[in-house]
Write a protein that binds this ligand. Sequence first.
Ligand code: UTP
Length: 297
Amino acid sequence: MIKTLRKAVLPVAGLGTRFLPATKATAKEMLPVVDKPLIEYAVDEARAAGIEQFCLVTGRGKTALVEHFDIAYELEATLRERGKHAELRALRENHLPPGAIATVRQQEPLGLGHAIWCARSFIGDDPFAILLPDDLVLADVPCTRQLADAYHETGGCVVAVAEVPRAQTSRYGILDIGRDDGRLVEVRGLVEKPRPEDAPSNLSIIGRYVLVPEVIGFLERMDRGAGGEVQLTDAMAKLIGRVPFHGLRYQGRRFDCGDKVGFLEAQIAFALKRPDMAPAVRAFLKNYVTDGAGPDA
Ligand code: UTP
């Protein structure tokens, strides 16, 4: 019997070195795209997939991430007094039921696999989703919803996958693929950050997964992989052949917000989706980029 997916782990203990100095005293996952921090997009996406229990894997200097999900009573009272109803609504949208959000600490950033292992008590014997908040997916059906649907169809593990240019395989976890119906791809093997000439395909895993709890047993070994880190991909690879394992070509567009250019692209794409902002942003881009006009033109 396939267990219903109710839990999500959100690892947020990385150092965010690519965004220094912005991330010196602020968590990368608190950086906003338009007016919402990355962490809130991830939690919203998980909730839209039926997730009810959340675990943030945090580290030093990440307190704001947890406080973001507290109720700001004084602020809400002030907004109410001042009649700022839209702002009040925006704050209330992120209220989670009491006890829905838990945190565990990863004292040292030893890798994504290690971060997930830190959440082992939260995971228990249940299937769980992983969302890396710095991957943002713009989609009509939220990406985790698409994954959850595929998981309830197939059971086992399902990871969101996208084609990447072959020259870039060394940045990603890459699939060795079997049967492929254009949507679901059977996973035969997984390799973390292979050189283009060694890559078994150009299908890469993005920061959305549904995994079975058995992965914890393989993480437990703390084998070091690419970059000397405990790699989630290596532990997942050990599940292949033991449980069904699929890649899902999700519908939508992914932005790598852990990268400066990806983060800027996300700002533009999400602003262009907002009716209150799109005309001004489009006009700015047209003048500034297309017509080559300078800032004062
Ligand atoms: P990244 O590979 O983007 O690393 O982690 P990072 O430290 O956040 O950023 P850079 O590369 O130094 O700029 C992907 C996700 O995994 C989490 C990060 O917080 C991010 O959400 N992570 C990574 C951990 O929680 N712990 C780790 O040890 C490593």
